[in-house]
Design a protein around this ligand. Sequence first.
Ligand code: MEV
Length: 435
Amino acid sequence: MQNTVSGFSKLSKSEKIDWIVATYFSKNNNARTVLEQYWNSNSKLQQLHDEFIENTITNFYLPFGVAPNFLINGKSYTIPMTIEESSVVAAASKAAKFWYSRGGFKAEVISTKKIGQVHFTYDGSSTELNTFINTIHSKFFSETASITRSMEKRGGGILDIKLNDKSDDLDNYFQLHATFETMDAMGANFINSCLEQFAKTLKREASTNLKGNLEIIMSILSNYVPECLVRAEVSCNISELNENRNLQPEAFAEKFVQAVKIAEIEPYRAVTHNKGIMNGIDAVILATGNDFRAVEAGVHAFASRNGRYSSLTHAEIKGDRFRFWMDIPLALGTVGGLTSLHPLVKLALEMLGRPSARELMQIVAVAGLAQNFAALRSLTTTGIQEGHMKMHLMNILNQFEATPEEKDKLVAYFKTNTVTHSAVSETLNRLRQSN
Ligand code: MEV
């Protein structure tokens, strides 16, 4: 079977589907129908989505849900979340409600610096290179003036450019390490444009002013943003942790803190613990049109910054107070990118009151902390499966093509019975046989 193709991107959408169907599906397969049923009948809207990427053949739906009742720094929010995992929005909503009556979440932006680097090699003296960089330092700023002008008007720009000598780690390797403030933009395009101009300036100046050979390797922002940091936290009197889950508040607080401490020292647990945090974070990042891969990469690097992968959240009991918090690096934007293009992203940001990037950092961090609180609360009391399977019940019923009446009956039945795949299958069969 011939399954390579040239000039694919030049084909029309319909021709692309023809090729996919002919190459990967038998003649009477319904692949084309499946793909076409997700097309939007509003052709302008469809075209907008088509043009986000190359070779779009259809749309891929994810649920867009909301978690209401978040109180953050005294302000109420309904948080938009885009995610496929059944229990995430329910868990966020529960945690939000729990903390609403206990003072809500506090969040603060610690810093907002972003990093970009020009990586290059130089085969001459590093002292000479250092002096040279100091001499041309102001040119990096003057020659990027047209790029930085509007960012500077908004209060941002290039904060610092320094030379890093990395030649002990890799022969002849140096870098220009630049720090940026990008205000409400995530800033990837701004940073990369500045870096590429730095590289041009560097190469040109080096060719006439340096004895050795300088080669630019690449210029790119870093998604490691330990100085673009936000803190989210909750605290209350231990007596307020009245869980009603067969555990006294003191015992619950202690178990909870112990669960966090395990994730602080045990990487196997830390990865799952942090994955739960990212359930909340990614869902808000997606709904608000931000880059979840960038955030994921940066967050996990941050979680390993001390040499051992560790929990992002921390918890303590001091006297009669329980405190639970997280510092997390989040480089987010509320302007640029998809934020003014994708209608649902626009709606999500509108619902959040058109936040600044700093405010969005706080909201996203809180969503992550809430998610972790909900997960640990279940894990240390009832176990995770009870709530998880309750939420998953609808997926199982859909797998068995249950009718709305069957769904109502089974949802009622499983309010007091344990949900497992086989229990649902057997109960549904019994119901169908009795009718
Ligand atoms: C599942 O998506 C997330 C959890 O595993 C997180 C955790 O274990 O803390 C429940």
